[in-house]
Design a protein around this ligand. Structure first.
Ligand code: 3HC
Ligand code: NAI
Length: 724
């Protein structure tokens, strides 16, 4: 049966009612099967059915001597359909479809453009030949979703490309380019053609004409290998994975290929894949995958065009200003940086030069780009008038509302109409800053994290009068600077620092009541954070917290606990890493410290003075308290609309505060633990301290209605349960 589509014959299988998402076209004696499932040709049920049916058709089609599989649109195939993972698996399963491709009696060629990822590469590995066009990439990124390749990738890849390559690609999940893939034997040919169909047809022609023998990966004999290689790989991968299971299981699955037959290896791969697919880590990483993509999907900017963004201004060239300028320059923007005097400008320029020089050394920028940045893109000035052409200005002066108001008055006077005026304040009221200008609709918070040219997070702080296209411009800047932009509302500390303040307070209480900072750090390291809160405090500088406590002391509520033990360290001039001593001691400029014994004395003295009876909290109890404080404050942040959805909190904590991605962020973690359990804990802690431990209304109402944070992400009920 054939129907006309354009000038080509478009065939559908007579035995199977195709959804038409995989087409079958004959080009002389070569069948071209095009997978068409926008946007990334994920291998949904319909695609698997169609692919299987078309393979059957090809095998029995006497007029076809070879087949080429290609993807429509921008990519070959990006893998299994992740959205289907939550549903019961329906036949045909992907490994069976791929086996069927491999079993074909005539050659099947994968012609890859864009990317072949996960199940997409596994389909290609099931083919008898693989051709890549220029710019194509192949990879098995499943570990980033908390799983391993589950359609033969762990068994076919080592047979085809060797154990070393498989151990490089599977646990890292990183894709490789065509030359690397060709060298590893994954691609048989890299075509000069940019069109995958043309590349595939040309290769098919040569296979038919030359009678090239078909190669089935499953039948290749794996090279002999020393088992020690796997042990070493497991240790190295486990160290990097910091608690994430999938990369280690990836190594184990490759090891299986060295120990068993292909058929047995496939069974083992399936078992490992299914175990991970049912794990909390997979749920967390899938949540992170979809949350990444949901962050910028905001009703208020849907269809709203951002304003022009070519030239930006930065006020203040200190820690943050120099980092922000670096990031902008590295991403092709022109920057005018304003400082108070020539000396400060010189310091700022030196910092930017060091940052850019570092990027050149790491191969992130070329030497030519470096020259262009300093000759053309960067301008330094003490005159606010030089900002008259800036499309957007980011203020990064001292954290003092009066200084910031003064700066914004000057900006209002010199900036062109339509320029976006942004503040990088960490805590101050963006509405109050906007109010000193005649154009509050152009004012926004753009809260970068230190070091600003490296850290991924950007909080886009929307003030009361901020215009939608200014919000869109904030997100656009994030995109240009390759940041992860999260929408936040105005409050003390926005999303991240507000939640941080809360769990830091809980940590101080835990320490004051009998644990040590080192206990807390150890628990959080084991949880998956790269550093514990006290090691972080040492890194940031203990003087920051000291100054905050001095400001806060006169404003304390009568029943508010206040923790001054870190002051005892600061009084001795110990401000953390930069002074060589803090909670830890850093010998000879070491970045990793050993516990400072004075901390034990300080704590003993403080507890004695405050008549505190020491509790002996277990690791689990420390974790529960710490996480309860984080989740409770996060729930308040969502309840008040400071974060639009729980997922915005999760991504903020992951990208800005080192929360382990494989746990999905605090809200996802809370759903896994159970909201009721967390709420009960909070009520229990409130018996000791009912000032700090006030349960969030949102948490109470979710528990009452049997809902979760995930329900809110999915739009089941408004983000504030109080409004439902
Ligand atoms: N399944 C379902 N949806 C997918 C998907 C997949 N495998 N990959 C991407 N999408 C969706 C995204 O969620 C997004 O949806 P939205 O528009 O509704 O937000 C849309 O496709 C476009 O994706 P991106 O925004 O990421 O588009 P980009 O052009 O920036 O990137 C990409 C394209 C490089 C293919 C990127 O989407 C990607 O890395 N995808 C995931 C690849 C992956 O992890 N594959 C392995 C899947 S698991 C597997 O195959 C298991 C197997 O071994 C059995
Ligand atoms: P910093 O003290 O390192 O730098 C501030 C710079 O602003 C100084 O170089 C100073 O000379 C300059 N400056 C002051 N008044 C000025 C004026 N009127 N005109 C031009 N320049 C002026 O401070 P830092 O750490 O860079 O912080 C800047 C802002 O960024 C603050 O609002 C801070 O809260 C915020 N921030 C800081 C982070 C950090 O980790 N340091 C992280 C995120 C935000």
């Amino acid at each position: 049966m054939g129907i006309e589509r354009g000038d080509r014959e478009f065939c559908v299988s007579s035995s199977f009612k195709s959804s038409g998402q995989v087409s079958y076209e004959l080009h002389d004696d070569v069948a071209v099967m095009t997978v068409n499932n926008a946007p990334v040709n994920a291998l949904s049920l319909a695609i698997r059915q169609d692919l299987q049916a078309n393979i059957e058709r090809f095998d029995s089609d006497a007029s076809a001597k070879a087949a080429v599989i290609v993807g429509a649109g921008k990519v070959f195939i990006a893998g299994a359909d992740i959205r289907e993972f939550k549903l019961p698996a329906i036949e045909p399963h992907l490994p069976d479809v791929i086996d069927r491709i491999e079993e074909c009696t005539k050659p099947v060629i994968a012609a890859i453009h864009g990317v072949a990822l996960g199940g997409g590469l596994e389909v290609a590995l099931g083919c008898h030949f693989r051709v890549g066009v220029k710019g194509a990439k192949v990879g098995l990124p499943e570990v980033h979703l908390g799983i391993i390749p589950g359609a033969g990738g762990t068994q076919r890849l080592p047979r085809l490309a060797g154990y070393e390559k498989a151990l490089e690609m599977i646990p890292s999940g990183a894709p490789i380019g065509t030359s690397d893939a060709k060298a590893a034997g994954i691609l048989d040919h890299v075509s000069e053609e940019s069109d995958a169909v043309a590349a595939g047809l040309a290769f098919a022609r040569s296979v038919i004409d030359e009678g090239t023998p078909m190669r089935r990966c499953s039948q290749l004999v794996p090279a002999a290998v020393d088992a020690k290689m796997f042990e070493a790989a497991k240790l190295a991968v486990a160290k990097r994975a910091r608690g994430q299971m999938s990369p280690v299981v990836g190594v184990e699955a490759v090891e299986v290929a060295s120990q068993t037959s292909f058929a047995e290896g496939m069974e083992k791969e399936r078992e490992m894949f299914m175990a991970l697919k049912n794990s909390a880590q997979h749920r967390a990483l899938s949540h992170a995958f979809f949350s990444d993509r949901a962050l910028g999907k905001l009703p208020e900017i849907e269809g709203v065009a951002p304003r022009q963004l070519k030239a930006i201004g930065v006020i203040g060239g200190g820690t943050m200003g120099a980092g922000i300028a670096t990031s902008a320059l590295m991403n092709g923007l022109s920057v005018t940086l304003i400082e108070r005097d020539e000396e400060a400008l010189g310091r700022a320029k030196a910092t930017i030069a060091a940052n850019i020089g570092g990027a050149v050394k790491k191969g992130k920028l070329s030497a030519d780009q470096e020259v262009r940045i300093f000759e053309e893109a960067l301008k330094l000035s003490t005159d606010y008038g030089s900002l008259s052409n800036a499309d957007l200005v980011i203020e990064a002066v001292f954290e003092d509302i009066e200084v910031k108001k003064q700066v914004f008055k000057q900006l209002d006077a010199v900036c062109k109409a339509g320029a976006v005026l942004a503040t990088n304040t960490s805590y101050l009221d963006v509405d109050a800053i906007a109010a000193v200008t005649e154009r509050p609709e152009d004012v926004i918070g753009l809260h970068f994290f230190s070091p600003a040219h490296i850290m991924k997070l950007l909080e886009v702080v929307v003030a009361e009068k901020t215009a939608p296209d200014v919000i869109a411009t904030g997100f656009q800047l994030g995109k240009i600077m390759r940041k992860v932009a999260v929408r936040a509302g105005v409050c003390d500390g926005f999303i991240g620092n507000r939640i941080l303040a809360s769990y830091r307070t809980a940590a101080d209480a835990i320490v004051m009541d009998g644990s040590t900072p080192f206990d807390v750090d150890e628990v959080m390291l084991e949880f998956g954070f790269a550093m514990g809160p006290y090691a972080v405090a040492d890194l940031a500088g203990l003087d920051i917290g000291w100054a905050t406590r001095k400001r806060k002391a006169p404003t304390l509520a009568p029943n508010e606990r206040f923790f001054t033990f870190p002051d005892r360290l600061c009084e001795q001039g110990w401000f953390g890493q930069k002074t060589g001593k803090g909670f830890y001691i850093y010998e000879n400029g070491a970045r990793k410290g050993v516990p400072n014994p004075t901390v034990f004395e300080v704590l003993a003295e403080e507890r004695k003075q405050k008549k505190i009876t020491e509790q002996n909290l277990s690791k689990e109890q420390i974790l529960e308290r710490y996480m309860a404080a984080m989740v409770n404050e996060a729930a308040k942040v969502v309840e008040e609309g400071i974060a639009l959805r729980p997922l915005d909190v999760d991504m903020t904590l992951i990208y800005g505060y080192g929360f382990p991605r494989w746990r999905g962020g605090p809200m996802q973690y809370a759903d896994e633990v159970g909201l009721e359990k967390i709420l009960n804990n909070i009520r229990e802690y409130a018996r000791e301290d009912d000032y700090f431990w006030q349960p969030a209304k949102l948490l109470e109402e979710l528990v009452e209605s049997g809902r979760t944070f995930a329900d809110l992400n999915a739009g089941k009920g408004s983000q504030s349960a109080t409004k439902t």
